[in-house]
Design a protein around this ligand. Structure first.
Ligand SMILES: Nc1ncnc2c1ncn2[C@@H]1O[C@H](COP(=O)(O)OP(=O)(O)O)[C@@H](O)[C@H]1O
Ligand SMILES: [Mg+2]
Length: 225
């Protein structure tokens, strides 16, 4: 028996009722992600990248089509199952980092471990070291730079060893050199963990780190050579 892909989207559709022409943002979108792949999604601003990532991350629901994770139909999941998926199997790197301002760097990274009832100290120390932020462990997010916040956000996304990591323009707020450094670290962590990474990006620099590049246009994805 052939194992199902990690993720499969079939004929996925999403429109926003509030949008002026009620035009579909995504329509008949197909995507398969294999375990261990790094896939980049490119497309102009407003093409629907964030909408797609939010559907796959179970933060939003499609209007039509099917989404499967490890062969399970996600549309059959109730809210508790969706929350459990996000907590245990998903790591999400938000464009604006979304670190919790009242928690230190160490506590932000420990949070997914705590939520999953996993041991914290050794794993947090390992991630602080891997992302070169050990010296910042006891600072709060507003006491570190954008690049350091992003490294913290990456550590938090991978801490609990999720099968799927989604990153929405992860270097969008970083200058070129910092972005380059952060994405190289990110790739190393993802590959070492054997996780699958799906990232939206504007940055050509990040494309070199992807196994495949897909372009989102007119609501659907196509391979970009
Ligand atoms: N909650 C919403 N309500 C109505 N329209 C939205 C909403 N979120 C996004 N859109 C619209 O959907 C389109 C796709 O947005 P988005 O997925 O954020 O694109 P991208 O991430 O590629 O820039 C845009 O035209 C945007 O204005
Ligand atoms: Mg976006």
């Amino acid at each position: 028996m052939i194992a199902p892909p990690l993720l499969r989207a079939r004929n996925l559709g999403r429109h926003y009722a509030a949008a002026r022409e009620r035009a579909a943002i995504l329509s008949h979108l197909n995507l398969e992600l294999a375990a261990g792949e790094i896939v980049a999604v490119v497309g102009r601003s407003g093409s629907g990248k964030t909408t797609l990532l939010n559907l796959i991350g179970a933060m939003d629901r499609p209007d039509s089509g099917h989404l499967e994770f490890e062969g399970e139909d996600m549309s059959g999941w109730n809210d508790a199952a969706r929350t459990a998926f996000r907590r245990a199997r998903l790591g999400f790197v938000f464009q604006a980092f979304n670190l919790l301002p009242t928690l230190t760097v160490r506590e932000n990274i420990a949070l997914p471990l705590e939520l999953n009832g996993l041991p914290q100290a050794a794993r947090v120390a390992e991630l602080l070291n891997a992302l070169s932020i050990t010296a910042l462990a006891d600072r709060f997010p507003d006491q570190i730079s954008g690049g350091e916040q992003q490294r913290t956000a990456i550590a938090r996304a991978i801490a609990h060893r999720p099968r799927l990591i989604i990153a929405d323009e992860p270097t969008g707020n970083l200058d070129r050199d910092t972005g380059r450094e952060v994405i190289a670290l990110f790739e190393r962590c993802v590959r070492a963990a054997g996780a699958t990474l799906l990232m939206a990006t504007h940055s050509d620099e990040m494309l070199g780190h992807a196994d495949r590049v897909l372009e989102l246009r007119n609501g659907a994805l196509s391979a970009r050579p």
